[in-house]
Design a binder for this molecule. Structure first.
Ligand SMILES: O=P(O)(O)OC[C@H]1O[C@H](O)[C@H](O)[C@@H](O)[C@@H]1O
Length: 423
């Protein structure tokens, strides 16, 4: 389960978060009745209880069929990349090599990366999962063109076709057309599910199944978050409590929200979270600037600025209750002067660092929201995904923006296409 604590944020506000209850109820109804802006894109809302079982079964079958793979190359960007990457990092045992190794590509245009990837794949037994909702995004399309050529040369056209799985629209886009023509195994991203809300579809599930992640546990977590979000009551709905608090902080002059973690496995989760909130709210010259920090690492770099720079920041701390047990050994000579914490668990030291940091930052006028989760397992990953998705819808609607479009993203694309001479 998860717990949201707002006391170190609410004390900076002129009004209690509970005073928003009425507006939260209106937005809750708007989401449920699908009457708000962008309401065509609420297909993710019931995903935890309406997973496409047919696709999940096909994914599991594919995994069985290709159980000896060295690598699965997952091609995608934005919502077609970050959820799977965040999940794999969240759930991975450090230094443990996974088989198959999940390699991501198509999330940038680095020739250096792609060239070495092709070379690396020469000696690997691999398959490809190419993911693009629109089926027209440049970065994954470029990577896929290169990899398609590589896999066809390596295995011959027929076997290559069996080793390429495409996750895309059900009837539109160049990837859809290509996949259909070539006869690739296809998985569908429904029109009603935007990219950044798609991790609980085959977009995330295929890489998760191949990586051996406990998908049932993950879906159970998402389902519990879904159940917990049925009520608009701020005393019970933790996601809405978080959304309402960050909304009031933004109204009170805070411009930046840092998502802070004390476990490096959460670093990529913050990247997913940044797309979710950044693309959903950053429009009409509104929305919090979303940033992230991994502590205690970044306390030795960004810490100064958070403590003492412009007072426009608040933090949302992702606190993990249960981690591994490891104690600091006693040392006879004590030259490093650490015997005062000898025999203490490292997680205890980390916790004191967290408490000390919170106290210092709050004293330095940086409000803190704390979100505590039990542990870094598939259940909690699934829970947090849905928790933040529903919080994001609430938060964006409170702000008065359409959470589900991203018109601003086209600006750079237009210029890039012009510069590249696209007709
Ligand atoms: O899945 P795709 O259609 O390839 O889109 C991938 C990503 O790129 C776009 O430009 C959007 O800004 C993102 O919202 C999207 O997730």
């Amino acid at each position: 389960m998860i717990k949201v604590q707002i006391k170190d944020a609410e004390r900076f506000l002129d009004q209690k978060v509970s005073t928003l209850q009425g507006r939260v109820e209106d937005v809750h109804d708007m989401i449920r009745n699908k009457s708000g802006l962008g309401n065509d894109f609420l297909g993710w809302l019931d995903l935890p209880v309406s997973i496409n079982q047919e696709e999940l079964a096909r994914i599991k079958k594919l995994k069985e069929q290709y159980k000896d793979l060295d690598c699965l190359v997952v091609i995608g960007i934005g919502g077609s990349y970050l959820g799977a990457k965040a999940g794999l990092e969240f759930l991975k045992t450090p230094f443990k090599k996974s088989k198959p190794e999940i390699i991501f590509a198509g999330h940038h245009l680095s020739a250096n990366y792609l060239k070495h990837l092709l070379k690396y794949l020469n000696k690997k037994n691999y398959a490809i999962n190419v993911i693009s909702k629109s089926g027209t995004t440049t970065e994954p399309a470029v990577a896929f063109r290169l990899l398609k050529q590589h896999i066809e040369e390596k295995y011959g056209i027929d076997e290559a076709r069996r080793r390429i799985f495409a996750t895309t629209d059900k009837a539109r886009g160049s990837l859809y057309q290509l996949a259909k023509n070539e006869g690739y195994e296809r998985f569908v991203i429904e029109d009603t599910v935007g990219g950044r809300f798609s991790v609980l579809t085959s977009v995330g599930l295929l890489p998760f199944v191949f990586a051996g992640i406990d998908v049932d546990g993950l879906l159970n977590g998402a389902k519990d978050a879904y159940m917990d979000a049925q009520t608009p009551d701020l005393k019970k709905n933790q996601a809405y409590l978080y959304a309402a608090t960050r909304y009031l902080l933004s109204q009170s002059g805070k411009d930046v929200e840092y998502l802070v973690n004390y476990e490096p496995r959460l670093t990529f989760f913050a990247e997913w979270w940044k797309q979710l909130f950044g693309e959903s709210e950053g429009k009409n010259h509104l929305g919090l600037l979303v940033a992230s920090a991994s502590f205690t690492t970044d306390l030795h770099s960004l810490g100064q600025q958070i403590q003492d720079g412009k007072r426009i920041i608040f933090e949302t701390v992702l606190n993990v209750k249960k981690t591994d047990k490891l104690t600091i050994p006693w040392d006879q000579n004590n030259l490093d002067q650490l015997n005062y914490i000898a025999d203490k668990e490292i997680s205890y030291v980390n916790e004191q660092a967290m408490l000390g940091t919170k106290e210092a930052h709050v004293d330095g006028l940086v409000p803190n929201i704390v979100i505590t989760i039990g542990k870094l397992d598939s259940y909690h990953f699934g829970y947090l995904v849905y928790f933040f998705e529903i919080a994001c819808a609430m938060s964006a609607y409170l702000l008065g923006v359409n959470p589900f479009d991203q018109p601003g993203v086209e600006a750079y694309k237009k210029n890039m296409f012009r510069l590249l001479g696209k007709k």
